[in-house]
Write a protein that binds this ligand. Structure first.
Ligand code: HEC
Length: 167
């Protein structure tokens, strides 16, 4: 007969608490869709569309393209409000939701992709950042603690290497 499952509704409500103190996160496990942290999708398929739509274009940004001092070619970096506020506060560890998007350009000044980092767990540590790299429609990084990104970024301010204030 007809049954209304109050129990399952209660369970759904309970699972929506946001205490994130255990240093773990299920926000960026790559499974499913609809995961966002700090307003940024941390799922390759959704993030790609989000980037394509220029969703970060109102963020604080460097004044123009410049040569990367790393392996990123020609670049222009954007920080979201959480990241800006964290740098302004002098934090050495950024809060969950802090994010940077870096536009990547080829030698002719055409935009060819994005590098993205999103803080997904409190505290320091390799798995506290989600990394994403898309260039010429190919995604080569999508997840937390990616060693090739870590290698260089571990030397930054909680892994952020772009000088602040943005130039
Ligand atoms: C060889 C060193 C190196 C490696 C490897 C590297 N980066 Fe970077 N990255 C940099 C440097 C240096 C900057 C500062 C801006 C610039 O000069 O490009 C930077 C900047 C960034 C930024 C802008 C925010 C910030 O930290 O300044 C993002 C996002 C980013 N990198 C993502 C990635 C991702 C994703 C990977 C792995 C796929 C990666 N990077 C691998 C050196 C590196």
């Amino acid at each position: 007969m007809l049954r209304i499952s109050l129990l399952s509704m209660t369970l759904l409500a309970v699972s929506c608490t946001d205490s994130g103190d255990d240093g773990d996160t299920d926000a960026a496990d790559g499974s499913g869709t609809g995961n966002t942290v700090g307003g940024v999708p941390v799922d390759a398929g959704e993030l790609s569309m989000w980037l394509e739509a220029g969703s970060y274009s109102s963020w604080a940004a460097e004044s123009g393209n410049h040569a990367s001092t790393g392996p990123h070619g020609e670049v222009r970096t954007f920080f979201n409000d959480e990241m800006v506020a964290s740098f302004d506060a002098g934090n050495t560890v950024h809060p969950v939701g802090s994010a940077a998007v870096k536009e990547l350009y080829n030698g002719s000044g055409a935009e060819i992709g994005w590098a993205v980092m999103v803080k997904v767990a409190e505290g320091e540590g390799a798995n506290s950042w989600y990394w994403y790299l898309e260039s010429s429609d190919t995604v080569t990084a999508d997840g937390e603690g990616i060693p090739t990104c870590e290698n260089c970024h571990v030397s930054g301010t909680d892994r952020v290497l772009t000088p602040y204030p943005l130039q």
